[in-house]
Design a protein around this ligand. Structure first.
Ligand code: ADP
Length: 557
C-alpha cells in the first residue's frame, strides 16, 4: 500500500483522483493501463508480471511518471505525455491550426512548445491582402489568450514555451515582450542562440537578422548588444532564457527528419515539430541505504522505468495523427531523477562541492548507460524504433531515440515527498499561509532528522530568513549541507547542471538562482558560461524579480 504525506494526498485529490478513487487505486489504474501495452508483444502473463512491477515502483514512490500519465491513464482522455512541440508555419490557416491543436493538448494537461521563427516579421508584406504582417509576438498573444481560456476547464494551468531565433528581425521585440511583468503569463520564452552569435558576442561582431519568408537580410545588429538586452530582460523578470540551439542539434538523434527549433515548456526536451515525449523520474532519496548508494537497486529501477515509459507510447491516445506518427516513429522517452538534494543531504555532501559534481556525473552516467542497455534489450524483444535507419543509431538495435531527460518534477516530487529534480532546497523553513489566512510554520523535515531539536531562537531565525546562516549554535557542517538555492553561487548551479547534462540525451530543466543584488552583467556571464559548458539551455531567476514567490516572514502575532 502506498504511504503518502498530507500534502501529497491534497494534490492527488485536487486534480489526479477520479471520482471515488483512492490514491492506491490511482496507482493500480495506471499500472494496469500502462502494462496493457505488453499484450501487443506477449502473453497475458507477461502483462500481468509487468503490471505488478509497475505498481510496486510507484507504490514505493521509487519511480513516478509525469502528471498526465497519473491523471489520464485508463481514462477516456487517455493522453499521457507531458511535452509537445507544435509547428507554426507562416500562414493564418496554419497558425490557427496550431492554436487549435494546442488547446486540445492543454485540455489533457500536456505542455506545448513552439518556434515562432518561421513567421514573417512585423511590417513585412502580406500578398493576399496587400496588408502588413503583424509579426510573431502579436501572434503569440493569440496562443496566450487561448491558454487563458482553456485553463478554466483543463487539467492544469497550461504552460507554453515560445522560441524565437536570435536571427529573426523581431528578436528585440520578442526579448522584451515580458518585461512589463504582465504580458504572456502563460509562456516561458527562450531565444534560440547559435554558436555564431556567441562567438560574435565574445569577440565583437554583427549578426544578420533574416526574413524567414524570403531568406533576405533585413538588418544587422551587434551580437554583444543583443546579449546585453537578453541579460537585462532576464534580470528584470527571469525571461527570456537561452537555448543553445547548435548544441541541441549536435545531439539531435534524427537529423534526417529535420532540425530542432524548440523545446517543451520547461526546456528539458528539445523536439521536432509534432514530436512529443513522456517523462518519468526516479526518486533518488530511495536509493540511499545506510549512508550509501544501492547501485543494484538503481539499475533495477532504471530497467522498470524504461520499460514503463516505452509502454506508455503504445497505450497513449494521441491528439493528432501526425503526433502519433512521430511518437511511434522515434519512440522518445525521458527518464530523469528527483530527490537529488535529499540524496546529497543523506550522504552529507554539500550541493556546492566538487564531490557533488563528481557524484552527479557518476550517477547520471550510470543511469544513462543502464537506460541505453535497457532500451537495447527492449529492442530485441519488441523491435527497434522504426526511424532507426534515419537516425544516428543506424545499424544498432535500440528501442528509443532518446532515453533520458531531467524534468522539473514540480508536482510529482511533492507526491513522492522529496526535493524536486536536481534542485537544491529552496528554504529550510518558512511560514505558510493556509486557507482562511492562518499562518503555519514549516521546518524542513530533513533538517530535523539531522539536528534533532531547535531552540526557539533558532526556530525564529530560520523562519525569518528561510536559511540556517544566521541561526547560532548550528554546527558548520550542518550549515554547509543545508545551503539553499539562493545561497549557492551560480557557478555551482551551472556545474551541477553541466554534470547531469553530460549524461542526459535530452536536456536538463534547471534554474540558476540569483540573489536580488545580482546585476545584468552577472546574468550575461552565466549565459556565456552555459555556452562554454555545453549546456542546452539556461534559465535564471533573480530573487524578487517575479511576483508570487514565497516570502520568508514570521508571523509576529
Ligand atoms: P510533473 O511533476 O507534474 O509531472 P514537471 O514539473 O516535471 O511535471 O514538468 C514536466 C513537463 O510537463 C513540463 O516541462 C511541461 O512540458 C509539462 N507541464 C508542467 N506543468 C504544466 C502545466 N501546468 N500545464 C501544462 N504542461 C505542464
Amino acid at each position: 500500500m502506498v504511504k503518502l504525506s498530507e500534502t501529497a494526498i491534497e494534490i492527488l485529490k485536487a486534480r489526479y483522483l477520479r471520482p471515488g478513487e483512492t490514491p492506491q487505486e490511482l496507482f493500480e489504474r495506471v499500472a494496469r493501463a500502462v502494462s496493457e501495452a505488453e499484450l501487443l508483444y506477449g502473453p497475458a502473463s507477461q502483462a500481468a508480471r509487468w503490471e505488478e512491477e509497475f505498481l510496486k515502483v510507484m507504490e514505493n514512490l521509487e519511480f513516478l511518471p509525469n502528471s498526465p500519465t497519473l491523471m489520464n491513464a485508463g481514462t477516456p482522455l487517455g493522453q499521457l505525455a507531458a511535452c509537445f512541440v507544435l509547428p507554426v508555419e507562416d500562414s493564418i490557416e496554419e497558425i490557427f491550426a496550431s492554436v487549435s491543436l494546442m488547446a486540445k493538448i492543454q485540455k489533457t494537461g500536456g505542455g506545448t512548445g513552439f518556434s515562432f521563427s518561421r513567421l514573417r516579421p512585423k511590417g513585412d508584406t502580406v500578398k493576399s491582402t496587400n496588408g502588413k504582417a503583424s509579426g510573431p509576438v502579436s501572434f503569440m498573444k493569440v496562443f496566450n489568450c487561448a491558454t487563458d481560456a482553456i485553463k478554466q476547464g483543463g487539467k492544469r494551468r497550461g504552460a507554453n514555451m515560445g522560441v524565437l531565433s536570435v536571427n529573426h528581425p523581431d528578436v528585440k521585440e520578442f526579448i522584451t515582450c515580458k518585461t512589463d511583468g504582465k504580458s504572456f503569463q502563460n509562456f516561458n520564452i527562450s531565444v534560440a542562440c547559435t554558436d555564431d552569435f556567441f562567438q560574435k558576442a565574445l569577440k565583437g561582431g554583427e549578426i544578420e537578422l533574416i526574413n524567414p519568408r524570403d531568406g533576405k537580410v533585413w538588418s544587422r545588429v551587434k551580437a554583444d548588444e543583443l546579449l546585453d538586452l537578453i541579460a537585462e530582460s532576464a534580470w528584470k523578470t527571469g525571461d527570456p532564457g537561452i537555448l543553445y540551439i547548435d548544441e541541441i542539434n549536435r545531439h539531435n538523434p534524427t537529423p534526417a527528419l529535420g532540425r530542432i527549433e524548440a523545446t517543451n515548456p520547461c526546456g528539458e526536451v528539445p523536439l521536432l515539430p509534432y514530436e512529443e515525449c513522456n517523462l518519468g523520474s526516479i526518486n533518488l532519496s530511495k536509493i540511499v541505504e545506510k549512508g550509501r548508494i544501492n547501485w543494484e537497486k538503481l539499475e533495477r529501477l532504471v530497467k522498470v522505468a524504461v520499460r514503463f515509459l516505452d509502454c506508455v507510447i503504445d497505450v497513449n491516445r494521441y491528439p493528432h495523427p501526425e503526433i502519433e506518427k512521430m511518437a511511434k516513429g522515434n519512440r522518445k522517452i525521458g527518464l530523469g531523477v528527483m530527490g537529488w538534494a535529499e540524496l546529497l543531504i543523506e550522504l552529507e555532501i554539500p550541493y556546492d562541492s566538487e564531490e557533488a559534481v563528481e557524484l552527479a556525473e557518476r550517477l547520471m552516467g550510470f543511469i544513462n548507460r543502464k537506460a541505453f542497455e535497457a532500451s537495447a534489450e527492449l529492442a530485441k524483444q519488441k523491435g527497434s524504433f522504426p526511424n532507426i535507419d534515419k537516425s544516428v543509431y543506424r545499424g544498432k538495435t535500440l528501442r528509443n531515440a532518446t532515453r533520458t531527460s531531467i524534468a522539473p518534477t514540480g508536482t510529482i516530487s511533492m507526491i513522492a515527498g522529496t526535493t524536486p529534480s536536481i534542485e537544491p532546497l529552496f528554504a529550510v523553513g518558512y511560514v505558510k499561509r493556509v486557507l482562511g489566512g492562518r499562518r503555519v510554520p514549516f521546518i524542513e523535515p530533513l533538517l530535523m532528522k539531522k539536528v534533532k531539536e531547535l531552540s526557539l531562537q533558532q526556530l525564529k531565525e530560520i523562519l525569518e530568513s528561510g536559511t540556517l546562516q544566521r541561526a547560532e549554535g548550528i554546527p558548520e557542517k550542518i550549515k554547509r549541507i543545508f545551503k539553499t538555492a539562493h545561497e549557492i553561487a551560480p557557478e555551482w548551479h551551472l556545474k551541477i547542471q553541466a554534470a547531469f547534462q553530460k549524461h542526459t540525451d535530452n536536456a536538463v530543466s534547471k534554474t540558476v538562482n540569483l540573489p536580488k543584488s545580482a546585476t545584468p552583467e552577472d546574468i550575461k556571464e552565466i549565459f556565456i558560461t552555459g555556452y562554454k559548458l555545453k549546456l542546452k539551455g539556461v534559465t535564471v531567476f533573480r530573487e524578487g524579480s517575479k511576483e508570487g514567490v514565497v516570502e520568508f516572514k514570521v508571523d509576529q502575532e
